[in-house]
Design a protein around this ligand. Structure first.
Ligand SMILES: Nc1nc2c(ncn2[C@@H]2O[C@H](COP(=O)(O)OP(=O)(O)OP(=O)(O)O)[C@@H](O)[C@H]2O)c(=O)[nH]1
Ligand SMILES: [Mg+2]
Length: 200
């Protein structure tokens, strides 16, 4: 169970537009079209909350949802989408890096990766950046409905062996596989923040 029910708070083009940096936040990151918004909706059990699309590049802002006072989820724009202008790409590369490094209330990153593709170069950069600043990362290997369970588990084990410091799990926004496990991870991060006090 998540701590509270989600409500849209703000869509930020720039980091200054984000809510005050206090309490706890969990961000959903990943390649464009990997299924970030779909995962967020499944985890929140709210189909229309974050906008999803067949077209990559749908989410172009940091979209913030409040779960309870001081507990937030953030849907991030995806990386690796070729048709975003160079200027936008630079803007976002910089902004996402600054957010991941500097946001004090950020308790952890849920990285969404298509299980059939594994971790791409953008994902690996994100994992390395998070490791360098001590941010925990938990990967949802999504679209697991597209692979048999056996092949899914094999992919999960291979990635787990390659990245021992990162958590991996099978996930599908379509069938509900792994939704409860992801909720438990997020809730634990958010509650950890509350125990420590705001902004710690
Ligand atoms: N089969 C299957 N399709 C999925 C799953 N999750 C997402 N999709 C599909 O993948 C496409 C992209 O989903 P989104 O949730 O919009 O992806 P996103 O990562 O938020 O995309 P951007 O905001 O554009 O970066 C949509 O067509 C979804 O229906 C899943 O678990 N299984
Ligand atoms: Mg999206």
């Amino acid at each position: 169970m998540l701590p509270g029910s989600p409500e849209f708070l703000v869509a930020a083009h720039r980091l200054e537009q984000l809510p005050a940096d206090e309490g706890g936040e969990v961000a959903f990151a990943g390649r464009s079209n990997s299924g970030k918004s779909t995962a967020l909706n499944a985890i929140c059990a709210s189909r229309g909350l974050a906008r999803t699309s067949k077209t990559p590049g749908r989410t172009q802002q940091l979209v913030v949802f409040a779960l309870a006072p001081g507990s937030r989820l953030v849907d991030m724009p995806g990386y690796g989408y070729a048709r975003v202008s160079e200027r936008m790409r630079r803007h976002w590369g910089q902004a996402l890096g600054d957010y991941l490094i500097g946001r004090r209330s950020l308790r952890g990153i849920i990285l969404i990766a298509d299980i059939r593709r594994g971790l791409g170069s953008g994902d690996r950069q994100l994992v390395a950046l998070c490791a360098s600043v001590g941010r925990p990362v938990h990967v949802l290997l999504t679209k697991a409905d597209k692979l048999g369970r056996g092949r899914g588990l094999t992919a999960q084990r291979a990635l787990q062996a390659e990245f021992p410091g990162v958590g991996f799990q099978l996930f599908s926004g379509r069938t509900g596989t792994g939704v409860e496990q992801a909720r438990e991870r997020i809730t634990a991060w958010l509650l950890e923040g509350i125990k420590k006090g705001p902004g710690v």
